[in-house]
Write a protein that binds this ligand. Structure first.
Ligand code: GLC
Length: 568
């Protein structure tokens, strides 16, 4: 049976691409084999009618699908992880004040991963907490004390208990670390502005300068008394001066201190903007910025190694084209960056039923990134309109989920994506960071009080409780996909080859003897694979590639249909 499955796929290549250079001696032409083992481990869409195909008379002759991405030769823990991004403020409130907190998060860890095999936990094992340091804002990207926690989220003891409970379940935790800037209310800035201390901790000018943001049109310099300070994001967030060794030493120590407290690494905010050398191009991706990260990353690695701990995860938010993001993993020394190009291509592919868009981006990465570079694969994050809102059609959301786990890279789920949480109606950032919906009813299980941000009104369908009871829910699909991913070397670190035909995409992942094929029809019309032997279920006849003889019963792939096939 296993050999028959392989024969099917080999034929898929064969029909699409012509005879392989050498015939495969393992092929089995046993047409009477039962189909069940050929069918996907995961077939969520209803089985369509069987379409009967016969062998084409003339086979097109091209090579098998080329290698799109190599396997990870030396996997580290973070290559195999499945990540989950949480906004603590919106995940679970434990004390009724309408604001999520560490105790609430701890109480929901069993949902994320109960540490036991099986069960209906989500199965993630890497958690990114958006900023948890002291901050006057809701979002927390303007820190007032890097060594303290936001008291709204709980005490040191609450955080320690959370960390211990996460680790006990096999969940590693990375914190959002915002190094580029701090809050205008940070005592460092207050002292610097008053001229009492920390004179060179920020970037000051005695003359007005007219630099715009490198990513927008707002000014980067802000008046303060008779001087101006540089704050690339906002007047409320002055940039720290990383040409000052004292600043570097302090923020390196901060990072080492939280590692000593047990966190496993960092999501590094806005890595492109640390050190400026002038207006325009001198405001982003400068050589001293890259060199700074290299030194910092090396120090953190050494720090962990000297404590006998594994390499910390340092995942950079380099929101830029991959050619730029790659610099932070080469010259910059970070071990992961988020794949913003792929996220955009994935969305465009789903919206236009055009997998070619995605394929072009994914397969171009091989030559750009260092060998074994870890990439953060994601659909959306806290700065984007939620995927469920951008892909209004539920079936498209299911395809997005399959892609997230079938494509290479470390997948990151933004909290709520697994239940199809919608954006709030506003266009502000808060609307991207709605309360997590646990159950129907007032407070949606998030709080017994009034949520800091009103929940969407759709918890009767979009909630954990409701979708846990439905075998075909989006949540159920995420759980299955994550379990498959966690159990599969091919999906986690294997090589990737893509088959693209119109709206149809095949993602073939392989590690050792393990082969997994995801088949997705991104289009609104059923398609019979051009690679005709891709079996999505039902009777299968064998094909002998040695002779080219074939007689197959094939299914077409329904609109927005998909399957994930194990080929062994
Ligand atoms: C990053 C964060 C964003 C934040 C900005 C400034 O882009 O993702 O949410 O506002 O940095 O810290």
């Amino acid at each position: 049976m296993r050999r028959l499955a392989w024969a099917s796929v080999a034929l898929a290549w064969f029909v699409a691409c012509g005879p392989p250079a050498q015939s495969d001696p393992t092929l089995d032409t046993d047409a009477a084999s039962a189909p069940d083992e050929v069918v996907a481990d995961l077939t969520d869409e209803p089985a369509p009618d069987v379409a009967v195909d016969t062998a084409p008379d003339v086979l097109p002759s091209t090579d098998p699908p080329p290698l799109c991405r190599s396997a990870i030769a030396q996997p580290q823990w973070y290559h195999r992880a499945v990540g989950y991004e949480v906004f603590v403020r919106s995940f679970q409130d434990s004390d009724g004040d309408g604001i999520g907190d560490f105790k609430g998060l701890t109480s929901r860890l069993d949902y994320l991963n109960d540490g036991k095999p099986g069960g209906d936990d989500l199965g993630i094992d890497l958690l990114w907490l958006m900023p948890v340091n002291a901050s006057p804002s809701d979002h927390g990207y303007d820190v007032t004390d890097y060594r303290k926690l936001n008291p709204q989220y709980g005490t040191d003891a609450d955080f320690n208990a959370f960390l211990t409970a996460a680790h006990a379940r096999g969940i590693r935790v990375v914190l959002d670390l915002v190094l580029n800037h701090c809050s205008k209310q940070h005592p460092w800035f207050q002292a610097s502005a008053a001229g009492t201390d920390k004179a060179d901790w920020f970037v000051w000018s005695d003359v007005a300068l007219n630099w715009k943001q490198p990513f927008g049109n707002s000014p980067s310099w802000h008046a303060n008394g008779k001087r101006w300070f540089y704050g690339v994001f906002a007047d409320s967030m002055p940039d720290l001066n990383y040409t000052n060794p004292a600043v570097t030493a302090e923020l390196t120590d901060v990072a080492q201190t939280w590692l000593d407290r047990g966190v496993d690494g960092y999501r590094l905010d806005a890595v492109r903007y640390l050190i400026e050398t002038g207006a325009g191009n001198g405001q982003k991706d400068t050589p001293p910025t890259l060199a700074w990260w290299q030194t910092w990353a090396t120090q953190l690695r050494q720090h962990q190694a000297s404590a006998g701990k594994p390499e910390p995860l340092m995942v950079g938010e380099a929101w830029a084209a991959n050619a730029i993001a790659a610099q932070y993993q080469a010259a910059g020394g970070l071990n992961m960056t988020f794949d913003f190009d792929l996220a955009a291509a994935l969305l465009a592919s789903l919206q236009n039923a055009a997998p070619e868009t995605l394929a072009q981006v994914l397969c171009a990465e091989e030559g750009v990134f260092p060998k074994d570079a870890a990439r953060g694969t994601f659909l959306t994050n806290h700065d984007m309109v939620r995927i469920a809102t951008q892909l209004a059609e539920p079936a498209a959301n299911r395809l997005a989920a399959v892609l997230l786990f079938a494509l290479p890279g470390t997948p990151w789920v933004y909290y709520g994506e697994e239940i199809g949480l919608q954006n709030g109606t506003d266009s502000n950032d808060e609307a991207k960071r709605q309360p997590m919906q646990w159950q129907p009813g007032a407070g949606v299980g998030f709080t017994t009080g009034t949520p800091w941000q009103p929940a969407n009104g759709d918890a009767a369908t979009v909630s954990v409780q409701v979708q846990t009871a439905q075998a075909d829910s989006l949540l159920a699909l995420y759980r299955k996909l994550i379990a498959l991913r966690q159990a599969s070397d091919a999906l986690a670190v294997g090589e990737t080859r893509l088959l693209v035909a119109g709206s149809l995409l095949g993602v073939l992942r392989k590690a050792g003897q393990e082969r997994i094929l995801a088949v997705l029809n991104l289009g609104a019309a059923a398609v019979t694979p051009a690679w005709t032997a891709l079996q999505l279920g039902g009777p299968v006849a064998a094909t002998d590639l040695l002779t080219g003889a074939t007689a197959t019963n094939l299914r077409s792939v329904p609109p927005r249909g998909f399957a994930l096939l194990r080929l062994q």
